[in-house]
Write a protein that binds this ligand. Structure first.
Ligand code: 13P
Length: 253
């Protein structure tokens, strides 16, 4: 059976209550559910305060709602943080971990990302785990070793059973929000590399099964070519997921 393509909208710190709810209602109104969802999984990640209502709006549809972050402790004196337990209590079963903005702006290191990963998996929350190299890394042709290191320090500490709850998102940092995507060739090569190291580590079954998404300046014009490239199982989309006409086009492409 063909793997479903996974399209994830990462809304980052955008949209208030009204904007979030009207986007979701319109999206569900305009989308042809049967046609789209039989071969695609669509996930939208709004901001924390609107996760609950977003989940309520999408109830009874195939649209899924994800959180953009999680904290690695169960509960306690961690002002401003959100736990796995809280997310589960409002029916959120998917979280994005390791986004380059979390790593760079909020100084999340691989040690804390691994803890976040483990707590999410413990609570059976699916993880979209982001990895990616900087412009300097690529210029020095270090992209493959950087990606391998990022996986070694985090994901590769997971058991075969845990891996089944993880999607990888390859997001080269130089392509995020810049309007210039990686070329199809660069994407294909990196995705093949990632799948091969999963193969070495976990064998054929897992490496074929794991979904590897691409993220970085996907828009309605380039989405189809990227998402249907070899070894690409979907896309993680920032800016272009905020405009409903564009996001509908991406999902329908
Ligand atoms: P853009 O699509 O705006 O480049 O953002 C990509 C991204 O960071 C998704 O997580």
């Amino acid at each position: 059976m063909m793997k479903k393509k996974i399209i994830v909208a990462n809304w980052k710190m955008n949209y208030d209550l009204h904007e979030t709810t009207s986007f979701l209602r319109n999206f569900l109104k305009y989308i042809n559910e049967k046609k789209i969802f039989h071969n695609k999984e669509v996930i939208i990640a709004p901001s924390f305060p609107f996760l609950h209502i977003s989940n309520q709006i999408s109830q009874g549809t195939s649209l899924k709602i994800a959180a953009q972050n999680i904290y690695f402790k169960e509960k306690g004196s961690y002002t401003g943080e959100i736990s796995a337990y809280m997310l589960k209590s409002i029916g959120i079963n998917i979280v994005i971990i390791g986004h380059s903005e979390r790593r760079n702006i909020f100084f999340e290191d691989e040690n804390s990302l691994l803890k976040k990963l483990k707590i999410a998996l413990k609570h059976k929350i699916k993880v979209i785990f982001c990895i990616g190299e900087t412009y300097e890394d690529r210029n020095k042709n270090n992209q493959y070793s950087i990606i391998e290191k990022q996986l070694n320090n985090t994901i590769f500490n997971c058991s075969t059973d845990e891996i089944k709850l993880i999607h990888i998102a390859y997001e080269p940092i130089w392509a995020i929000g810049t309007g210039s995507t990686a070329t199809i060739n660069q994407i294909k090569k990196m995705h093949k590399f990632i799948r091969n190291i999963f193969n070495k580590k976990y064998g054929n079954f897992i490496s074929n099964k794991i979904s590897i998404l691409y993220g970085g300046s996907i828009n309605h014009l380039n989405a189809k070519d990227i998402i249907y490239s070899d070894n690409v199982d979907g896309g993680l989309i920032g800016k272009s997921s905020l405009k409903i006409e564009q996001f509908l086009k991406i999902v329908q492409s």
